[in-house]
Ligand binder design. Structure first.
Ligand SMILES: Nc1ncnc2c1ncn2[C@@H]1O[C@H](COP(=O)(O)OP(=O)(O)OP(=O)(O)O)[C@@H](O)[C@H]1O
Ligand SMILES: [Mg+2]
Length: 232
């Protein structure tokens, strides 16, 4: 066992170009089972920061550690294993595989983790039901609405019971009532499985459903003013 936090962003910096920084020296820690919302203006770097935490983009300074191990120091195989086994990722633009049905898309992480086809189908059906997708499982991504695609992306991120879920605007394309329902499902599945959740959102209401919020601005990361006052 390790005492290291699940995820630790340690002075993480990313450059636009040679002498322009997108952000510098960002620090935050996410503990197991914790739910953190990340807010901020469009273009401030939230998706980039999430991609860095997923090992999909490199830092230009600092490091992201998963259970004490810097992603940049991992071998490519270990980084792949981290993404495959420990991580669930909901992309802002879904990134569903177009030639696979909703069901097959949701099964992918389980199959990659070495589960049998029968188990993968069982798990996919179960998570799809929780997200209200049962009747749409035979549809290909182009046959699904934006909201349905988004829920498939959420199901795919959760199906293999990852330790850490990174979600980039996971309810951005849903109507308010479906968004609330999908978000509650996302949070409750993470709570019951013990997964930590880092969620980018523009919605103050969505952010308030999580344990903690951080706001990313060109000056760095900070807690929302109201929360700082409350805690003072
Ligand atoms: N690969 C890249 N090369 C150069 N610039 C990039 C790259 N990826 C993102 N950017 C720029 O970095 C900035 C931050 O982008 P990012 O997508 O992280 O913002 P965001 O906070 O997620 O915005 P939004 O809320 O609109 O999704 C943007 O100005 C974007 O154009
Ligand atoms: Mg973004």
């Amino acid at each position: 066992m390790t005492n290291s936090p699940l995820l630790h962003a340690n002075r993480v910096s990313k450059q636009f170009s040679a002498n322009r920084w997108l952000f510098q020296n960002l620090d935050f820690v996410v503990s197991a089972n914790e739910q953190l919302a990340l807010r901020g203006e469009s273009g401030v770097g939230k998706s980039t920061l999430l991609n860095i935490c997923a090992g999909l983009e490199k830092v230009d300074a600092g490091e992201v550690l998963y259970l004490g191990q810097a992603l940049s120091q991992m071998t490519e195989t270990d980084r792949l294993r981290y993404r495959r086994d420990s991580l669930g990722f909901v992309f802002q633009a879904f990134h569903l595989l177009p030639h696979l049905t909703a069901m097959q898309n949701i099964m992918v992480p389980s199959l990659l983790s070495g589960q049998t086809r029968i188990q993968a189908m069982h798990d996919a059906k179960s998570i799809a039901e929780q997200l209200g997708l049962t009747s749409r499982l035979d549809g290909f991504p182009t046959e699904l609405s934006g909201g349905e695609q988004q829920r498939v992306a959420i199901a795919r991120a959760l199906v293999h019971q990852p330790c850490l879920v990174l979600a980039d605007e996971p309810t951005g394309n849903l109507d308010p009532s479906t968004a609330k329902q999908a978000l509650e499902t996302l949070c409750s599945i993470c709570r019951s499985s013990g997964a930590a959740l880092v969620m980018v959102t523009h919605s103050e209401q969505a952010a308030s459903m999580l344990d903690r919020q951080l706001i990313l601005t060109p000056q760095g990361l900070s807690e929302p003013l109201a929360m700082t006052k409350q805690n003072a």
